[in-house]
Design a protein around this ligand. Sequence first.
Ligand code: B12
Length: 296
Amino acid sequence: MPTPVSPKQAALALGVSEASVKRWCDKGLLVPMRTAGGHRRIAPAEVVRFARESGNPLVRPELVGLPSATTAGPVATERALEEALEALKDGDEERLVALVTHLFGAGRSATDICERVLAPALHELGSRWQHGDVEIYEERRACEIVQAALHELGRLLPALPRTAPRALGGTLEGDPYTLSSSMCALALRELGWRAENLGAGLPAEQLARAAARRKPELIWVSVSGGLDSPELSRALRTVAEAARRCGAGLVLGGRALPAVAPAGARRCERLGDLALATRPAARRAPRGRVAGSRRA
Ligand code: B12
């Protein structure tokens, strides 16, 4: 995250007077930090939080170290998917980062941006690749750019308290898809979880070992490809057993998830389902239930 800014810079970024910013600070609506000399400084993430919650849009985000809004104005909000696709096709990381920052600043959740803008843009790119209209290198480049946009969104989320519950997850051995798990981590972060993404292609035993050491309250696994069906079911059972041992909930999702998931797991179609599936009461399915038989 860029460095904290003065009330004057925050005011220019929000398009309001410095006096308003100071008043909001005094009322506790904007939470500043203090320099050694006692001057107020406001973290860019705090300015963004205030902009989202108060309905005062960031008119000059570049003044708090965020990408300029000039490449992603209000029109882009309506045609965000098209804009994202163009940025991906052109290999324009700056444009995609500016777009997601703008959408987030305008009040869209990071989860929603993943689900309604970034993932559909990748799906479209995939079908263009299938029809020979997109080169392999363009697809790989798009993944890198999306990863950068996710990273930026992560930096815009408010800091979590130290007491926030821990979640960890990733994709299993042979599954090379990185973005779905990164998006899960971001969505969980947004829900207040300290989400540790262990990345792609993880042997189930490693995930089990990480769970035993890190003692998460939640484990997620995204399944987009990789192992053959019986091997995948075995790997998922290993993870489910690890979750059971450390008392963690288990959420599963992804395009290639088998129809039957291990008992105790919650199955999700969408990132948006995580909100319900990770509520304390919902984290555990009753013993013996086959999670695949019930949509979370
Ligand atoms: C990028 C990409 C790759 C890259 C990925 C690189 C990387 N760093 O991740 C690489 C090069 C690995 C790749 C390889 C292949 N790919 Co590919 N790939 C894609 C592409 C374009 C995007 C994938 C992606 O990241 N999507 C974005 C994610 C976020 O979306 P998502 O997976 O749908 O996930 C969403 C939900 O499912 C859910 N979700 C997912 N997991 C979880 C978990 C939880 C807990 C929750 C709550 C939710 C959740 O939330 C997500 C956001 O909405 C897709 C197109 C597509 N339709 O997705 C093709 C696509 C998946 N690939 C395809 C193919 C054919 C292949 C290859 C076979 C190509 C080849 N001949 O080598 C290989 C197979 C690799 C393997 N071992 O499985 C086909 C699959 C067709 C099919 N029916 O199976 C697709 C659909 C393209 C197409 N239209 O033909 N691919």
